[in-house]
Design a protein around this ligand. Structure first.
Ligand code: AHR
Length: 345
C-alpha cells in the first residue's frame, strides 16, 4: 500500500494541481513549484499493487515547461481531455521547467508507478537512449508528442506531431514572397538542440539557399522559444544589421518579442521589416490584424485527444503508425481578420 500513498502524494504534487486548474496561471505555477520540491525520481516507489487506477488508462506525461503560448495550448489540450474523461483516464503530469534532467526523473517515476503509457515532448533531441530502454524493459510504450528524439526507432512506439522541416520550407517561401525575393534577413532560433529548432532551421535555410540567391540570412541566434529572449536578440540584431528587411522566428512568441523590439527601434513591423513565424497562436493573428506581422505557419498543439486515443490503442496491443503527422496550414495577414475568431488557441 506504500506505493498507493506515494502515488497519491505524486498526484497531489504533480497532477492534481495541474488538472484542477487546467491551464490557469495560478495552477501552473503551483504545479511547477511542487514538481521542484518533489522531484519525480524521488517520489516513486514500487512496493505495492496498482489497483488505485481501477482499470483506467494510466498515462504519465513529461511536459517541457511553459515557454510559449503554444506550449500552454498543448498542456491545456492534454489536461482538458484527461479531465473530461476522468472515468476512464488517469493522467500523471510533470512540468519539467525546460530541463531534460527533470523529464528523465519524471519518466523514471512513471516507470516506477507502472503506468500504461508514457508521453514525452522532448526538450532536446539527444540523451534519451538509457531512460527509453528502461521504459522498454518495463514493457511501457513511449509516445513522442510534438518533438522528436534522436534514438533508435525501436525505443519508442510512435511520434505524433508536425513536419518541422516542411514548416521551415513554407516559412522560407512566404518570406521570399513578402520581400520580393531579395534582401537581408535575420533568424530567431528556438531552443538549442530541440528538434523544432533544428528542423525549422534546416528547412528554412536549405530552401533559401536552394531557390533564393538574393536573400541573405545575415544573423541567426537562439531566442529559446520565448517572447522575452526574442525581443532581446532582435534588439541586438537591429543594432548590428540596420538594413534588414525580414525576420524569421521559429515560433510566434519570439516573433511577438521581435515586433516589440522593432517598434522600440522606431521602425514599423509588418512594413519596414516583414515577419514570418511558426505556430499560429492567437497573439500573432492579433498582430497580423493590426498590420504588425505578416505570416504564420501553423503547428497544431491540440494533440490531447489523439495522444490519449493512441495511448489506448497501445494499451490494447494494437499497432500504431510510427509517425502520425499533423496537418497544418499557412496564414497570412490578408486573411487574418477573417479567421481570427475561429482560432482555438
Ligand atoms: O515543439 C513545438 C514548439 O515548442 C513550438 O513551436 C514552440 O512555440 C514551443 O515552445
Amino acid at each position: 500500500m506504500k506505493r498507493k500513498l506515494l502515488s497519491a502524494i505524486l498526484c497531489a504534487s504533480m497532477v492534481a494541481a495541474s488538472l484542477a486548474g487546467c491551464g490557469s496561471t495560478a495552477a501552473k505555477e503551483e504545479a511547477t513549484v511542487e514538481n521542484e520540491a518533489t522531484p519525480a525520481g524521488d517520489a516513486a516507489d514500487d512496493t505495492a499493487d496498482d489497483s488505485a487506477s481501477d482499470g483506467k488508462l494510466v498515462v504519465g506525461f513529461a511536459q517541457i515547461g511553459q515557454e510559449s503560448g503554444w506550449r500552454d495550448a498543448e498542456t491545456m489540450s492534454i489536461q482538458t481531455y484527461a479531465e473530461e474523461h476522468a472515468d476512464t483516464v488517469e493522467l500523471k503530469f510533470a512540468d519539467a521547467q525546460q530541463k531534460q534532467e527533470n523529464q528523465i526523473k519524471a519518466i523514471k517515476s512513471f516507470i516506477e508507478q507502472d503506468v500504461d503509457v508514457i508521453g514525452l515532448a522532448p526538450v532536446v533531441e539527444t540523451g534519451w537512449d538509457q531512460v527509453f530502454a528502461e521504459a522498454q524493459d518495463a514493457g511501457i510504450p513511449i509516445i513522442l508528442l510534438d518533438r522528436t528524439a534522436d534514438v533508435d526507432e525501436s525505443l519508442y512506439a510512435t511520434f505524433i506531431g508536425s513536419d518541422f522541416i516542411e514548416e521551415g520550407k513554407l516559412a522560407a517561401q512566404n518570406m521570399a514572397e513578402l520581400i520580393g525575393g531579395k534582401g537581408k534577413i535575420v533568424e530567431l532560433e528556438g531552443t538549442v538542440g530541440a528538434s523544432a529548432a533544428t528542423d525549422r532551421k534546416t528547412g528554412f535555410d536549405e530552401e533559401i539557399a536552394a531557390n533564393y540567391p538574393d536573400i541573405e540570412i545575415v544573423a541567426s541566434q537562439t531566442g529559446d522559444f520565448t517572447r522575452a529572449q526574442g525581443k532581446e536578440v532582435m534588439e541586438s540584431f537591429l543594432k548590428s544589421n540596420p538594413d534588414i528587411v525580414g525576420v524569421y522566428a521559429h515560433n510566434d512568441d519570439m516573433a511577438l518579442g521581435a515586433i516589440e523590439a522593432i517598434k522600440e527601434a522606431g521602425l514599423k513591423p509588418g512594413e519596414d521589416i516583414k515577419t514570418v513565424s511558426v505556430d499560429g497562436v492567437k497573439g500573432i493573428f492579433e498582430a497580423m490584424v493590426a498590420g504588425e506581422a505578416n505570416c504564420t505557419v501553423e503547428c497544431n498543439p491540440l494533440l490531447g485527444p489523439l495522444f490519449f486515443e493512441t495511448a489506448a490503442k497501445l494499451k490494447a496491443g494494437e499497432s500504431v503508425e510510427k509517425w502520425v503527422k499533423s496537418v497544418d496550414g499557412v496564414f497570412t495577414s490578408d486573411i487574418a481578420a477573417d479567421v481570427i475568431d475561429d482560432r482555438a488557441y
